[in-house]
Design a protein around this ligand. Structure first.
Ligand code: ADP
Length: 215
């Protein structure tokens, strides 16, 4: 009985196979059909989108391995978290509301961006209404989406843990494990409050990172 391992391998294979077969389909169509220029460009964009999906997947697997093996040395600098969040949110859909005051923190900017990216994209993925991002003494990402059952709340931070195991939509259950590792490097941790069917609040304390001088 190797069911968990089998399930993980099958999830990873599926997540790789899916974009590869989409890419192959478009390439074959471009090669074998007499398409006009506009359609070709449309198909090339689809190919591009799926190559990005593949490379994101590899990046996530690589990042979690590095974090787990403590091979990642964070690069701490001082930066304005509210501005970083604002810039990041501009790249997402416009149903995100940012509520923030000016906050300067001493942290690894790239890693904190990965944390925000993961929490925000989950909130968007698992809800349809407005998502609120609050930056103050805490960073909070709040959604009014599907919510999580009490017994699952602690499990979802585990690597490869997914609730809806048949939802294959870019889901490998790595996001929150990555978030938790990164927050640990910053001496803080992810808290989750959620109610099934009502929504969720993912948050972490940043008081120890605010206005700290470089070590
Ligand atoms: P994934 O890449 O599968 O989304 P995560 O580690 O980010 O992986 O999340 C693990 C699981 O936690 C998801 O499969 C989902 O079921 C659940 N989850 C995460 N964020 C939310 C949210 N905002 N609302 C409801 N469920 C969530």
């Amino acid at each position: 009985m190797n069911s968990f391992k089998d399930e993980v391998i099958s999830a990873i294979s599926h997540e790789f196979k899916n974009p590869i077969s989409i890419i192959n389909g478009y390439i074959e169509t471009i090669l074998n059909s007499d398409l006009d220029e506009k359609t070709k460009i449309k198909f090339l964009n689809k190919i591009h989108k799926n190559t990005l999906r593949l490379s994101e997947l590899i990046d996530r697997l690589y990042l979690i391995t590095k974090l787990e093996n403590k091979k990642l040395n964070p690069n701490f600098t001082k930066f304005r978290l509210d501005i970083t969040a604002k810039n990041l949110i501009e790249g997402f859909e416009d149903r995100i509301k940012l509520i923030s005051k000016p906050v300067t923190i001493y942290a690894d900017k790239n890693l904190i961006e990965i944390v925000l990216q993961n929490l925000i994209s989950n909130a968007l993925k698992y809800s349809k209404d407005e998502v609120i991002v609050k930056i103050g003494d805490k960073v909070e990402v709040i959604d009014k989406g599907r919510g999580i059952e009490k017994k699952e709340i602690n499990l979802i931070k585990k690597k490869f843990y997914r609730i809806a195991k048949n939802d294959w939509d870019n889901s490998l259950g790595l996001g929150l494990a990555i978030v938790e590792h990164i927050l640990k490097l910053h001496n803080t941790s992810l808290k989750i409050e959620s109610q099934k069917g009502k929504g969720s609040r993912f948050y972490f304390d940043i008081t120890s990172l605010i206005n700290k001088e470089p070590r």
